[in-house]
Design a protein around this ligand. Sequence first.
Ligand code: GLN
Length: 335
Amino acid sequence: MTQLPAQPSEPTLPSSSALVATLEELYQRYLPLRDGKVADYIPELAKMNPDCFSICIATVDGQVYEVGDSEQLFTIQSISKVFVHGLALEDYGRERLLTKVGVEPTGDAFNAIVLDEQSKRPYNPMVNAGAIAITSLIKGADATEKLNRMLDMFRRYVGHDIFIDVATYVSERSTGDRNRAMGYLMHHFGMIEDPVDDALDLYFQQCSLMVNCRDLAVMAATLANQGVNPQTGDRAVEAGYVRDILSVMYTCGMYNFAGEWAYLVGLPAKSGVCGGIIAIVPDQIGIAVFSPPLDFRGNSVRGVKVCEALSHQFGLHLFDSSRGCHNFLKHWSVK
Ligand code: GLN
C-alpha cells in the first residue's frame, strides 16, 4: 500500500490560556455594546451581521490567540490601503511616491473630495483619494498583471490564497461615483494617468478581498515582524519600508479620529468600513478586531473600544515607557 506523505505540522496554538482568558473577558465586556451602524452606502456591505465580533492577536513568533467569530469572512475594505501602500513604495521608492501622494492627516472624512491646494496631491495613502492614486501607480503591463501582483502581495501577508468577493466588487463599482469623481479630479491635475477607470477598478477589487479576523491579525503581525510573515517565514514587504507604512498608519490610519487614537491608544492602526481594525505593536504583536457597526467616522465601535482597552490593560502605548509594550511577549510567556 502506498504511504501518503506526512502533512506538515500545524504551528502550535495558544500556550498562554491567561491571554485567551483576557481576550474572552474583553469580548464579553463589549458584546452587549450595540452602538453604531453597519455601512450601507455600498449595498452589499449592508448585509453584514452586526452581531459578528472577534478579537485576535498574532505574535511575531507565529502564534495566534483568538476569540469570537474569527473565521467569519468579510471584505477587507480600507485596511487594504496599508498593504497596497507598501507595494507602491517598493515599485516607486519613498521620494518618488511622495511627489504623488502626501503624508499629511486630513482631519476630513475618509471619502472627502479634497486635494492639497498647492501641490494638488491627495493628502495621504489612507484616505480614499490617496489610496486611489496609490493604486493607480501599481506596476504591471496590463490590468490582469497589476491585479495578480497585488494578489501575490496579499497572499504573502496572509499566508494563503486570497479571493475577491465578486458581489461586493460589483456593488462598489456600481455605486462608486464619489470615488470616480476623485479619480477624475486627480487625473485633471495630472496626479493619475490614463486609464483612470482601470485604477478605480483595481481599487474596488482590492477593497473587495475577503479575509477573516485571524488573517488580519497575521497581516498585522507581519508588519510587527519587519515585513516577514511569522507563520510562513515569507517576506511580504521590504523591511526598509515598514517604517514608512507604520508612520502613515500612525498619523492617518483612523481617518479623522487619527489624532485622538494616537493620543489614547498610541499604536499604528487602520480601520475599514467592513468593521475591521488592525493595530501593530512593533516587534511584538499584530492585533485585529472585527465588528461591523461603525461610528459616524467609519470606525468600528467595538473595535475602537477593544483596542483602547487592550492598549490600557497591556500598556501598549508606544510612548509610555513605564508600561509593558516592549515586554508583551515576555509578560505572557508566549516567547
Ligand atoms: N471601498 C470603500 C470606499 O471606497 C472603502 C472605504 C473604507 O473602508 N473606509 O468607500
